[in-house]
Design a protein around this ligand. Structure first.
Ligand code: GDP
Ligand code: IMO
Ligand code: MG
Length: 427
């Protein structure tokens, strides 16, 4: 497994963390390349459930080194909370967690601006996670952002915070605590003291690891259809969440990406606003939400649920160049008599199999469904593909066919052990 990307193929929450934790057994270095604490990644091992926002999900595998790449926007308070929580649960990160000193830092004024914008937005509301992600990336591209290394230098930090506060003033009330320069500088110098030991030039570290034959696993956050360039803009996140973001977010050359595994949930979910052609606003949608436990890991919001969308999936498979897929939450479909897959959209009377670029077309899209018979048997205890009910196997094969790739894993429950190794190579 020289270097493998794990990427979400829909609108996030595909079960990336479960797949990553499973594959991390054979990896050496696990790397986040984009996003921030907007991510909510769940790993369940036996009776223990862990929810990660910033710490890579590989941290539960003994001896593995986890890296937060330069493409991530880091909320220091959040990551310190995660490190402390892991310690109380017996998971030490010392020497196993590294943070890029180039990573940009989420500041209080980023969250304040985002809150003001989302509250005032009305129709244009994105439904963000309010974690300051968009404004932190704006600050990065404005070339005024605070980088992790700046938390170790008070004069640089002070100058950047002053600029950030000045930039924020038009958007928030004057008494907003996010505008308190001295408090922010003092809090963030404190975070710097705490996080200093984790900071490295991760690009150099990762390239040395790759050259030494270490196996790298890149952990995507969000999903391809939330990618800032290729997703359903403007209803997207503010980073490159597809596999296209790996190189810029880590400093690993495209020549050194060896494999891409796309994580596909057996149906579709979306959190926040934006078009969702296969959304089910009926009892089947509610059933998927209940049985699938479709409530946000980060915000607790109920996720919107719908059928699998082959049009979006094909687009995601193309963009990511997937070699293999991991299908998750197949168990959630047990008991549904007829399962539907959107194979095309009808837009203004015309049928298309291409994923539209504009949201207006996507909002107008009526899904054209193909139907497949479901299965009644519980499948959580199945350990081989051959043991799945015939109709479940057919469904798995159909998804692989849509993505034009082989199936590496099929997940049939939230627990680490509820995973079928399907034969397709993940490494
Ligand atoms: P991520 O953001 O892609 O890592 O996904 P999340 O962790 O936000 O959401 C996936 C949810 O589904 C979590 O609660 C997982 O524990 C759960 N999950 C993952 N795989 C399976 C599966 O195969 N079956 C079931 N029932 N739950 C799963
Ligand atoms: P994981 O990694 C699902 C969504 C938000 C909103 C949009 C923009 O757990 O799959 P942002 O806060 O990023 O500016 O919000 O993106 N979103 C996610 N949806 N899973 C996620 O992460 C998400 N991260 C952001 O709901 O619609
Ligand atoms: Mg999630």
């Amino acid at each position: 497994m020289p270097s493998t990307v794990i990427v979400g193929m829909q609108w996030g929450d595909e079960g990336k963390a479960k797949v990553l934790d499973f594959l991390a057994e054979d990896a050496d270095l696990i790397v986040r390349y984009q996003g921030g604490a907007n991510a909510g990644h769940t790993v369940v091992i036996g009776d223990d459930r862990f929810a990660f926002h910033l710490v890579p999900s590989g941290i539960l595998r003994t001896g593995k080194v986890c890296v937060i790449g330069n493409g991530v926007v880091l909320d220091p308070e959040e990551i310190i909370g995660e490190i402390d929580e892991l310690a109380t649960r017996g998971v030490g990160v010392k020497g196993r967690l590294l943070i890029s000193n180039r990573a940009h830092i989420v500041m209080p004024y980023h969250k304040a601006v985002e809150k003001a914008q989302e509250e005032g937005a009305g129709v244009g509301k994105i439904g963000t996670t309010l974690r300051g992600i968009g404004p932190a990336y704006v600050d990065k591209y404005r070339r005024t952002g605070v980088r992790a290394m700046d938390l170790l230098d008070e004069s640089i930090l002070r100058a950047k915070v002053a600029e950030g506060v000045k930039w924020t003033i038009p958007f928030v009330d004057g008494d907003n605590p996010a505008l308190d320069l001295e408090k922010t500088v003092s809090d963030y110098m404190g975070y710097g003291e705490r996080l200093g030991e984790f900071l490295v030039d991760s690009a150099t570290f990762l390239n040395a690891g790759y050259a030494a034959g270490k196996a790298l696993l890149f952990e995507g956050a969000q999903g391809t259809l939330l990618d800032v360039d290729f997703g359903t803009y403007p209803y997207v996140t503010s980073s490159s969440s597809s596999a296209c973001g790996v190189c810029a977010g880590t400093g690993i050359s495209p020549r050194h990406i060896d494999r891409v595994v796309g994580v596909v949930k057996a149906y579709t979910t979306r959190v926040g606003a934006g078009p969702f052609p296969t959304e089910l606003l009926d009892e089947t949608g509610e059933r998927l939400r209940d049985v699938g436990g479709e409530f946000g890991t980060t915000t607790g919001r109920p996720r919107r649920c719908g059928w699998l969308d082959a049009v979006g999936l094909k687009f995601a498979a193309m963009l990511n160049g997937v070699d293999a897929i991991a299908i998750t939450k197949l168990d959630v479909l047990t008991g549904i008599p007829v399962i539907r897959i959107a194979v095309a959209y009808r837009i203004a009377g015309k049928e298309t199999r291409e994923f539209p670029v504009g949201v207006a077309a996507l909002e107008a899209a009526e899904p054209v469904y193909e139907e497949m018979p479901g299965w009644e048997e519980e499948i959580g205890d199945r350990t081989r593909l051959e043991d799945l009910p015939d109709n479940a196997r057919r469904y798995v094969d159909r998804i692989a066919d849509i993505c034009g790739s082989e199936t590496a894993l099929v997940s049939v429950g939230r627990n680490r052990r509820e995973t079928i190794v399907a034969g397709g190579e993940c490494n």
